[in-house]
Design a protein around this ligand. Structure first.
Ligand code: 2RA
Length: 364
């Protein structure tokens, strides 16, 4: 499979390359793509060096898959160009997430809605992904009425400049490049993304709208406060969930223990609870501090932590691509062949992908 990674030199793009390699995604040809100022730079994939190319060059090569992590305006302009060339785009920006014609996917929750016609697929916001992975199995059992979430988000969600600002400040350098208006070290900034007219930030509104879209249920009421803290390994969330009916705490734990991608870390007697230090470089969504909200009926409190660059971004995007491969929904980019059938061997085996037309057989 010919795979383009657009934004290959950024924090998420670099993580996408790492995750593609780790999960042995069937990349037969890698096309790292970035803005003009990075064209010609080299990135490493599976021990080999690849030169970064421009978007125009990448489209000419008609990749089967393009993983985008290049910002909203780039994605709005360029994702359709890839799609027109037959490429399936999985986009990590907010550009397409609330577009009613585009699917917003967390594979553990709603991958089953994908079809071969979905040429631009949206990857949700990191803080939304980790929350819905834990909420979905509970919603299926008890029906969620309302969620109150407060986040404690890693500087890696902002990007390289923010990580630099934090480390500079920690060394006492206060006049280096800044991603935030205020110091981030020794601080908590209740402001992620821009403010909207209702006094919420865009990050908070993403958590509300995206959760409803992914869960396919607009009746779930959600309110959010999102906060940036001087942390690297992942985002943490304090989540208060009100259900339509009462629940059994032991059953809640059992449901979460069985839920895909969830790891319950909840043993307060032994001081075990999820923390970003432990979630760093892992793909799971860690859930702990599971307890009843004693202030009102049918309500649960929990603490959800995940590596925002992995499950919150790169891993989720690659999992979407893996689903497309497994379901034969991808791999025909612009080949112009009638009656195409794809045969994809199971994960980890030698991925021979063959494409048959009425007349001939091509190895992709
Ligand atoms: C953040 N949610 O952490 C964003 C990144 N997508 O700022």
């Amino acid at each position: 499979m010919k795979v383009a990674v657009v934004g290959a030199t950024g924090l998420v793009g670099t993580k996408m390359l790492q995750v593609l390699a780790e999960r042995n995604f069937p990349v037969t040809e890698l096309i790292p793509v970035a803005s003009e100022k990075s064209v010609g730079k080299e990135v490493t994939f599976k021990g080999k060096q690849y030169k970064v190319v421009s978007v125009t060059d990448a489209i000419k090569q008609k990749p089967d898959l393009a993983l985008f992590s290049a910002g909203g305006s780039t994605s709005l302009a360029q994702a359709p160009l890839f799609a027109e060339a037959g490429t399936t785009v999985v986009d990590n920006s907010s550009a397409w997430r609330m577009d009613p014609t585009k699917k917003l996917i967390v594979p553990e929750v709603n991958a089953d809605v994908l079809t071969a016609d979905d040429k631009i697929i949206a990857n949700p916001n990191c803080s939304t992904i980790q929350m819905v992975v834990a909420l979905k199995p509970l919603h299926d059992r008890y029906k969620i009425k309302r969620v109150v979430v407060s986040t404690y988000q890693s500087v890696t969600g902002t990007g390289v400049k923010a990580v630099e600002q934090l480390f500079n400040e920690r060394k006492g350098i206060m006049d280096g490049p800044r991603a935030y208006t205020y110091p981030i070290d020794m601080n908590a900034i209740p402001h992620i993304d821009v403010f909207t007219d209702n006094g919420y930030t865009k990050e908070e509104m993403k958590m509300i709208k995206e959760t409803q879209k992914i869960m396919g249920d607009d009746s779930i009421k959600i309110t959010a406060t999102t906060v940036r803290i001087p942390v690297i390994g992942g985002h943490s969330e304090s989540v208060n969930i009100e259900f339509a009916e009462d629940f059994d705490l032991a059953e809640v734990r059992a449901i979460l223990e069985k839920a895909p991608s969830v790891l319950v870390v909840d043993d307060v007697a032994n001081l075990k609870y999820p923390m970003p230090l432990d979630a760093h470089e892992k793909d799971e969504v860690f859930v702990g501090r599971i307890r009843r909200d004693e202030s009102q009926p049918n309500t649960l409190n929990c603490w959800i932590v995940s590596d925002n660059l992995r499950k919150g971004a790169a891993t989720n995007a690659v999992q979407i691509a893996e689903y497309l491969v497994a379901k034969h929904l991808i791999g025909q980019a612009g080949r112009g062949i009638a009656n195409v059938y794809l045969i994809v061997k199971p994960h980890n085996e030698n991925y021979g992908v063959f494409c048959y037309s009425k007349m001939s057989k091509f190895e992709l």
